[in-house]
Design a binder for this molecule. Structure first.
Ligand code: MN
Ligand code: MN
Length: 466
């Protein structure tokens, strides 16, 4: 057949087929750095801290310390320790709009309750309340680390992370032995493990003597007091998260994929951060936005619905113009564009029936463009415009980015959402663009190193094109 006719058909390449030897080495190198990033930030607070640490290394300065902003200046702003805005100032004023890649750095996990500690059956346990879309059966019978922040009675702040250091103890939620699981086995996967039964073993060593009561609970309280100066009431003003213990690992004989906790959505946070670090000059100010609370609806002061991001934009305009009105901020947002940077469901050969094979993302085929998300007929979705998709597709093609297009499962199989619609509601062009992931929301999820690399390349192309 005529080659010109064959060229009419769309072709979605494997990233690996489009890489030279040098780039293959760069893919593997980025994979190593990405694993370090993941191991350093298993909670939104730790991840925000790691982003800021790396940004400062790259010469970014806090917006509070910054003077008049000039093209090429690099600034950051932290929202309550749980969200970050990084910006490289463009040659145009911020008031003319910015280019944003926005991801979230919270991940599904088990939060320790405010009154968590009790004892039963010769052990002390911590009660938990799960955060985000957790499949509960995946969180039992596995090592867990406890990370978070405690504000003590006197107001002093204590950061805790136990379970990821060499030689650290871990926490553990028990499951039934198969010998006694006949009743449990009759339940559905969703009902087999109840949320209220996700209680983690915190201690099995009693304090005091035979005549004493509450010996296991009190032993833990004594230990917390001796080691951390904590009392039981301090749990009330604490945010403690149980997250999967252990480092990110390569997957497969060839080491081409990575299993880690929290690829959703720290893989998009990492790739946007890397893209911004590689950017030197731009016309529109380039912003990497990292928000919290996406997994529970993006509400609250650190979620995408917060005015925090608008206030940061306002502050940047003020530093350039000497003043800024509310309308200046609204207009800057309306003149901006967002790549909503969140993971996509990758085709899973073990579960092919949930996807439309022609409109699903495949591991190793690069960053994926998602026109709409939602459920029951795209409900709740930002449905990106043909015009904006056209602009982004051209930008990716011009820069040699290997991309694909996908939706979240076949029609009426389920669905989900991202932060896309929230900024789109600010009169902004938005499209979802992210990394395909296997086993999304599981304690360990899987991504391809090739897709991580290509996604960073895509975000950099977006910043450069505007
Ligand atoms: Mn996500
Ligand atoms: Mn998610």
């Amino acid at each position: 057949m005529d080659q010109n006719v064959k060229d009419l058909a769309v072709r979605y390449d494997l990233v690996w087929d489009r890489l030279g030897e040098d780039e293959r080495a760069a893919v593997m190198e980025m994979g190593e750095d990405y694993k370090r990033f993941m191991d350093a930030g298993k909670t939104e607070r730790l991840c925000a801290r790691e982003i800021v640490r790396r940004a400062r290394e790259q010469g970014f300065v806090s917006l509070e310390e910054a003077g008049a902003l000039r093209p090429g200046d690099k600034v950051y702003s932290v929202n309550r320790g749980k969200g970050v805005v990084l910006a490289v100032i463009g040659s145009e004023e911020v008031a003319q709009g910015v280019s944003i890649v926005g991801s979230h750095i919270d991940s599904p996990r088990l939060d320790v309750k405010q009154n968590p500690l009790y004892e039963e059956g010769g052990m002390a346990l911590l009660k938990t309340h799960y955060y985000g879309g957790v499949r509960k059966y995946q969180w039992v019978a596995r090592p867990l680390a406890l990370c978070g922040t405690v504000v003590r009675r006197d107001g002093s702040v204590l950061d805790v992370c136990i379970g990821d250091g060499a030689g650290d103890p871990v926490f553990y939620i028990t499951d039934l032995l198969p010998h006694l699981a006949a009743d449990q086995n009759k339940k559905t996967l969703a009902e087999g493990i109840a949320g209220e039964d996700l209680n983690a073993v915190a201690g099995t060593l009693p304090v005091g003597g035979r005549e004493d009561k509450d010996r296991f609970r009190l032993a833990v309280l004594k230990l917390l007091h001796d080691k951390y100066g904590m009392t039981e009431e301090d749990f009330v003003s604490a945010e403690l998260e149980l997250v999967p213990a252990g480092p990110a690992r390569d997957v497969g004989f060839d080491r081409a994929a990575i299993a880690a906790y929290g690829h959703d959505d720290r893989v998009c946070a990492y790739t946007s951060m890397r893209a911004l670090f590689d950017l030197t000059v731009c016309r529109k100010t380039a912003v990497a936005l990292f928000v919290d609370k996406e997994e529970v609806g993006s509400n609250g002061s650190t979620g995408m619905h917060s005015r925090n991001f608008a206030n940061v934009i306002g502050r940047m305009i003020e530093l350039q113009r000497g003043s800024c009105s509310g309308f200046d901020v609204d207009r800057a947002l309306a003149r901006s564009a967002l790549l909503s940077s969140d993971v996509a469901a990758a085709f899973d050969p073990n579960y092919p029936s949930v996807a439309d094979p022609r409109n699903t993302a495949y591991l190793g085929k690069g960053v994926t463009l998602i026109k709409y998300t939602g459920s029951r007929g795209k409900n709740g979705s930002n449905d990106a415009s043909a015009e904006f998709l056209g602009e982004i597709r051209k930008c990716f093609n011009d820069a040699g980015v290997v991309w694909q297009t996908s939706e979240l499962g076949k029609v009426d199989q389920g669905g989900g959402g991202t932060i896309a619609y929230i900024l789109a509601n600010c009169d902004m062009d938005v499209v979802d663009v992210g990394v395909p992931v296997l086993s999304m929301h599981a304690p360990f999820e899987v991504v391809s190193k090739a897709d991580v690399y290509m996604t960073a390349k895509a975000y950099l192309a977006f910043y450069r094109a505007r």
